[in-house]
Design a protein. Structure first.
Length: 182
């Protein structure tokens, strides 16, 4: 998944004049906003919704698919994620992302929760996906692992909290990655 959130715009997308950081009095108090001095356009920089899936492979003894994004540095394996497209529901978006990135077919989706991911200025909307079929990764993903639920290790970010939430729902106390050591 690529992202441009967090990258500040320099020019107004409406009139192409330069944007300036201005202090604006709002209901919640003074805020710094990136605003066009020519036409008044404001770049609000609201968090971007990102869909994430705990994919349980029901035809592989319930193993969970974790994938390593080709664009990520290091050896981290995480949930399959993706941006919503205009005109689709979160569930439709996740079925599409899972099909595009893994070729798996989704039986059912269940919302696990919503978490902030402030470093990327994103909001994670996480689902459990019961899925089946042959796995064929898109070029976006470098490799995957199939891990029995009891052997999963969670991580502190929102997608890791989603994984922990799903494990607790199955009566499994989540184990956590020791990120200082890994
Ligand atoms: Zn403008």
């Amino acid at each position: 998944m690529s992202s441009v959130s967090g990258v500040p715009f320099r020019f107004c997308p409406s009139c192409a004049a330069e944007l300036a950081l201005v202090t604006v009095a709002e209901d919640g108090g003074d805020k710094q906003r990136l605003r066009c001095t020519a036409c008044g356009f404001t770049h609000w920089n609201n968090p971007t919704p990102v869909l994430a899936a705990v994919i349980e492979c029901v035809d592989r003894d319930g193993a969970v698919l974790l994938a390593r994004n080709a664009a990520w540095p290091g050896r981290f394996f995480g949930l399959v994620t993706g941006f919503m497209e205009a005109g689709e529901s979160p569930e439709d978006g996740l079925r599409r992302e899972i099909a595009e990135e893994t070729a798996l077919e989704v039986d059912t989706l269940q919302l696990l929760g919503v978490w902030d991911f402030q470093r990327m200025n994103q909001v994670i909307i996480a689902y459990h996906a019961a899925a089946r079929g042959e796995i064929r990764l898109s070029a976006e993903l470098a490799e995957y692992k199939l891990i029995p639920p009891q052997q999963l290790r969670c991580w502190p970010q929102g997608t890791g909290q989603a994984l922990a939430t799903w494990l607790r729902s199955k009566g499994i106390e989540p184990q956590w990655l020791d990120l200082k050591r890994e």
